[in-house]
Design a protein around this ligand. Structure first.
Ligand code: G6P
Length: 444
């Protein structure tokens, strides 16, 4: 990171509609995060979007008057050469694949859930081989770079990188913790900077074990407020089915929006079925949102991130991404919740597994802050998801059908091995073109 005039950042999946978030974050921090070059990389199928988003990015930096050179390319290797940070935000199979991830399980009365559910398994099977290829390119072309992954299923992807690549400088990132903190501050009507949440768990399975306002615990108050259906605290992509107050008190930890899929499975299933019939699955809703966003992005007069982007579930993730890069670069030592190697921070999760936990961010990366352990009543679910992630990652790497069946069956949203097999078989077939490890026979 030294000796050059500024940093080189590479964003894989640069044509994503989220990219203006990143650009805005980099512009905001330019004074302390001198980026010389930003390379937006995409694949041939994403060429048009890359062009549109890339041109908006160029207008944004020009308007802000910051000298960041934006490069658009379909050549990943060319982009990666000597990068300092690589961010990944791609979707293998695009939104059409997400639609299948969400829709097929519903036919069997199972929630698809594109991250920690059956949909997440198939998304992982498509994504992990690609991310591992990117890891190999990083080792060859920019071995000192930090890889910051937002690609879902972010927990499973981080787990796969830790277990199946030789990359160690990797951080998985999500906007759920930042979203929870923002919503708590909003609910209490206070500045975000006065709120501190002790986050611990896994990606999309993270709890606020405690929450403080000016250093004083206000967990009970927050749990009480969350019991009010108007304060249900959710994200744009998750139905805000109301929490039961007694359950929240008993849980004694702040759940994230995704916990609804596991603690309110029947109500969430009913809601997903209703939504898929009335307005389409989330993939279809997002397709429409994206169409509108790209129309806006095309406008030559637009040179800021449009507020409409906040309709996406991943809104504000740039704050998380840019703060993280900034803190690593400046060795800031602040606390951020990220996905990293547990290293004993949460006692009941394997030492070498990825966890989402508050970390001190240094130039050597995130240093997880030990929480002791999760409350006994949430350990089971958290460990089920961890076992699911590890097994799914093994299936993705090996292309082993039986491993994939195992992963599908042990997912807490799937009721039996019989249903698991039906869902898996239909989904493998539906995603055939993006699952070469399951279908291409190896030549002897
Ligand atoms: C949340 C999650 C992200 C996910 C996003 C989906 O913010 O934290 O991991 O990608 O929602 O949002 P979308 O608008 O695509 O449904």
């Amino acid at each position: 990171m030294e000796g050059k005039k500024g940093l080189k950042i590479v964003t894989i999946g640069g044509g994503s509609s989220y990219t203006p978030e990143l650009i805005e974050g980099f512009i905001k921090r330019y004074g302390e995060l001198p980026i010389r070059e930003l390379w937006l990389v995409d694949i041939d199928r994403g060429k048009e979007k890359l062009e549109i988003v890339g041109n908006l990015a160029k207008r944004m930096v020009k308007k802000a008057g910051v000298p960041i050179d934006i490069h658009l390319t379909l050549n990943r290797k060319e982009a990666l050469k000597d990068a300092d940070f690589v961010t990944t935000q791609f979707r293998v199979g695009l939104l059409d694949a997400r639609k299948k991830d969400e829709e097929i399980p519903l036919k069997y009365n199972v929630i698809g859930q594109e991250t920690n559910g059956p949909g997440g398994l198939l998304k992982g099977l498509r994504t992990i081989p690609v991310i591992l290829e990117i890891c190999r390119d990083i080792e060859e072309l920019c071995p000192n770079a930090w890889l910051i992954n937002f690609t879902n299923p972010a927990g499973m992807v981080t787990e796969a990188i830790l277990r199946h690549s030789s990359i160690t400088k990797v951080v998985g990132l999500c906007n759920v913790p930042i979203g929870m903190k923002m919503k708590i501050a909003e609910m209490l009507g206070v500045e975000q900077s006065r709120v501190h949440v002790q986050f611990a768990g896994l990606n999309h399975m993270v709890f606020g074990l405690d929450v403080f306002l000016d250093g004083v615990s206000i967990k009970e108050k927050v749990l009480k407020e969350m019991g009010n259906p108007e304060n249900a605290m959710t994200m744009k992509n998750i139905a805000g089915v109301a929490w039961d107050s007694d359950f929240l008190q008993a849980l004694n930890a702040i759940p994230c929006g995704y916990h609804r899929y596991y603690y309110k499975t029947d109500e969430m299933l009913a809601e997903e079925i209703r939504a898929s019939q009335e307005e389409g699955t989330r993939a279809e809703v997002v397709k429409e949102l994206e169409k509108d966003l790209f129309e806006l992005y095309k406008d030559e007069n637009l040179s800021i991130k449009p507020p409409q982007l906040e309709k996406r579930g991943g809104a504000y993730y740039s704050d998380a991404a840019c703060s993280l890069i900034h803190s690593i670069y400046t060795d800031k030592g602040d606390i951020q919740p990220v996905n990293t190697r547990n290293n004993g921070a949460i006692a009941s999760i394997p030492y070498d597994s990825a966890v989402e936990v508050n970390c001190v961010i240094t130039k050597d990366g995130p240093k997880p802050i030990a929480v002791g352990d999760l409350p006994v009543h949430v350990r089971g679910l958290v460990n089920s998801i961890k076992s699911f992630e590890i097994t799914a990652a093994e299936a993705a790497v090996s292309g082993d059908y039986k491993k994939a069946l195992l992963a599908m069956t042990i997912n807490p949203l799937v009721p039996s091995d019989t249903i698991a097999k039906k869902i898996l078989d239909e989904m493998l077939e539906a995603h055939r073109e993006n699952l070469p490890q399951f279908f291409d026979s190896v030549e002897a």
